[in-house]
Design a protein around this ligand. Structure first.
Ligand code: ZN
Length: 324
């Protein structure tokens, strides 16, 4: 059906901690003053991306997944939800301290398809920018006590980050993206967040956002386990491929192209975001321009494609579906 990439229009999401950088850095148009998230590749019901080209132009990625499963090499009878979600986040202010459930908890308690394991590629960070990742409690009792008494400085682990860092955040990890950080997030397609602490902030109506302490306590991993990332590297023609992670849910790569490469699609489908530079992708006779901020899917059956230019990409695919 598609012998071409499927380009997608990101869905802007207003957030109290958001800013203007998604427009400045990626040219995304938004009607909000504080845009926190661009759902770049999304088939989630809370904000599915729209298809910009080809026979399904104007339809959503969710519609494509449900009715044109062959594009993803989906089994005909499968009622699985689209597995992944790609977001770009602008933390103009600190995000709430939060935690996400795993698949089992998400299904049993929330009746949702997936829990949320996520990972972040840091696209931009102000000097001194920090994340919260994990906690110092040794037992559940200690965790509950420290949360109840609001001992945030003692409880939360802080990690400095700079541009180009990569962070894995399995479900059950307490975390927060700090002020001054822009990230590309590859995550399971889930929108379940349990807020632990929101700095006692209020929205434009003077209301605090809801916390979810009981559920947060239930799903938090104790003690915290640090995740070490060991990226590996490979070169194909003028393309340097950095494999950032192969997890249970997704595989994520950074591709750095300085020239030309001919590639074969050897996965069910690929999700690709252009994070720097410009170039082209050619499939058969058709050439498409690639600019910073473009997001697309290489659908199943596309086979051979060529990339040209000086371009940096974040590429991902579901681990569960991989063919080779
Ligand atoms: Zn999160």
């Amino acid at each position: 059906m598609y012998q071409e990439p499927i380009f997608l229009q990101p869905v802007m999401q207003e957030r109290i901690w958001g800013g203007q950088k998604l427009h400045k850095l990626f040219g995304y148009d938004s009607s909000y003053e504080k845009t926190g998230e661009a759902w770049a590749i999304s088939a989630h019901t809370h904000g599915p991306s729209k298809i910009l080209n080809g026979p399904l132009q104007g339809k959503t990625l969710l519609d494509a997944w449900e009715n044109y499963g062959e594009l993803f090499n989906k089994l005909p009878d499968s009622d699985e939800a689209y597995p992944l979600l790609i977001k770009i986040l602008d933390a103009n202010d600190d995000l709430s301290v939060q935690v996400h459930p795993d698949d089992t908890y998400a299904r049993e308690v929330e009746h949702e398809a997936y829990g949320k394991t996520e990972c972040w590629y840091v696209l931009d960070a102000d000097p001194g920018a920090e994340l919260i990742l994990g906690h110092h409690a040794e037992t559940k009792e200690e965790l509950h006590q420290m949360i109840d008494q609001g001992e945030w400085d003692e409880l939360l682990k802080r990690v400095p980050v700079t541009k180009g860092d990569f962070v894995h955040v399995p479900s059950g990890t307490i975390h927060a993206i700090g002020k001054g950080i822009v990230i590309l997030e590859t995550q399971q397609s889930s929108d379940i967040t349990y807020r632990v602490y929101d700095y006692d902030r209020v929205d434009s109506n003077g209301n605090k956002r809801e916390l979810h302490l009981q559920k947060a306590k239930e799903v938090t991993t104790v003690p915290h386990v640090d995740n070490t990332i060991n990226p590996t590297e490979e070169v194909q023609e003028d393309l340097r491929i950095e494999k950032l992670i192969v997890s249970e849910y997704f595989s994520v790569y950074r591709w750095d192209l300085q020239g030309h490469v001919t590639k074969l699609l050897d996965k069910d489908f690929l999700q690709i975001s252009v994070i720097e530079g410009e170039g082209t992708i050619t499939v058969g006779e058709k050439e498409f321009t690639l600019v910073k901020g473009a997001n697309f899917i290489l659908p199943s059956g596309l086979q051979k494609y060529e990339l040209e230019g000086n371009v940096e990409f974040i590429v991902s695919h579901p681990s569960t579906n991989q063919i080779g």
